[in-house]
Design a protein around this ligand. Structure first.
Ligand code: KIV
Ligand code: NA
Length: 265
């Protein structure tokens, strides 16, 4: 098996082939996604929402991210595994950021890290990159700043915020990022930023012109049916399928249909 590396992603961009990325948080799903041929698995801090049930990504800890990341790595043979630095593990200063980055790399076997923000975090990104750790940026709707934004609506619709995003994208590229996630921004802006960069962009709610796309596995698989943003396509209705299967199991147990003669010792 030929492993996906950060160089592979750049080659995909040069060849005009889109990059596919999905989140995973555990061994079993990572194994399925890897075998299906996904290019990049993101151990997102969205684990805070979809795994732990928090309302935001802020509560998840570095130790918890390390647990998820190590599990994903054990299920992965081919995909590039990128891990989110959680809120609080890099914002204070670049020493803290580098120490957090090194902990994740050492304790999980991950291949790359992702952190949110532009110019504010550039010093930390430079130091992490200098340590030999590939970094993916993340601009637009950055959920760790939800209390600054106040809502999860589309970002960078106004010119001032769009301009900052344009400049942040270049700053991240200069700092040595190998790719950048663009979350929930107008498609026209994402197109323009994508064309201005050498590194690939990976969009979520950022339209068709990005170099790749990323979705949270629970959204893509229809596990969480209440979340229905415009950018989301459900490839499965897993909530319905799981509910049906478990209802059938309950009925079989209650009716003495499970286990049957051939299912016992
Ligand atoms: O944590 C996450 O799932 C993410 C993606 C939505 C890009 O950062
Ligand atoms: Na994230």
């Amino acid at each position: 098996i030929k492993k996906v590396t950060t160089n592979t992603l750049l080659r995909l961009k040069v060849n005009g082939e889109k990059i596919s990325m999905i989140t995973a948080y555990d061994f079993s799903f990572a194994k399925l996604f890897d075998a299906a041929g996904i290019d990049v698995i993101l151990v997102g801090d969205s684990a805070s929402n979809v795994m732990a049930g928090h309302e935001s990504t802020l509560p998840i800890t570095l130790d918890q991210m390390i647990y998820h990341a190590a599990s994903v790595i054990r299920g992965t043979e081919r995909a590039l595994v990128v891990v989110d630095l959680p809120f609080g593990s890099y914002q204070s200063n670049s020493d803290v950021a580098l120490a957090s980055a090194i902990r994740i790399m050492k304790e999980t076997g991950a291949h790359a890290l992702k952190l949110e923000g532009g110019e504010e975090v550039v010093e930390s990104i430079k130091r992490i990159v200098r340590a030999g750790i590939p970094v993916m940026g993340h601009l637009g709707l950055t959920p760790q700043s939800i209390h600054k934004f106040g809502t999860y609506v589309v970002r960078a619709k106004e010119e001032a915020e769009a301009n900052k995003l344009r400049s942040d994208a270049l700053i991240l590229q200069e700092a040595g990022c190998f790719a950048v996630v663009l979350e929930k921004i107008p498609a026209a802006l994402a197109k323009e930023v994508t064309e201005s960069l050498v590194m690939p962009t990976i969009g979520i709610g950022a339209g068709m012109h990005c170099g790749g796309q990323v979705l949270v596995m629970h959204d893509l698989l229809g596990i969480n049916t209440e979340f229905k943003p415009r950018f989301l396509r459900n490839y499965l209705n897993m909530a319905e399928q799981v509910t049906g299967a478990v209802k059938q199991y309950i009925a079989d147990v209650k009716n003495n249909d499970f286990p049957n003669e051939s299912e016992q010792y």
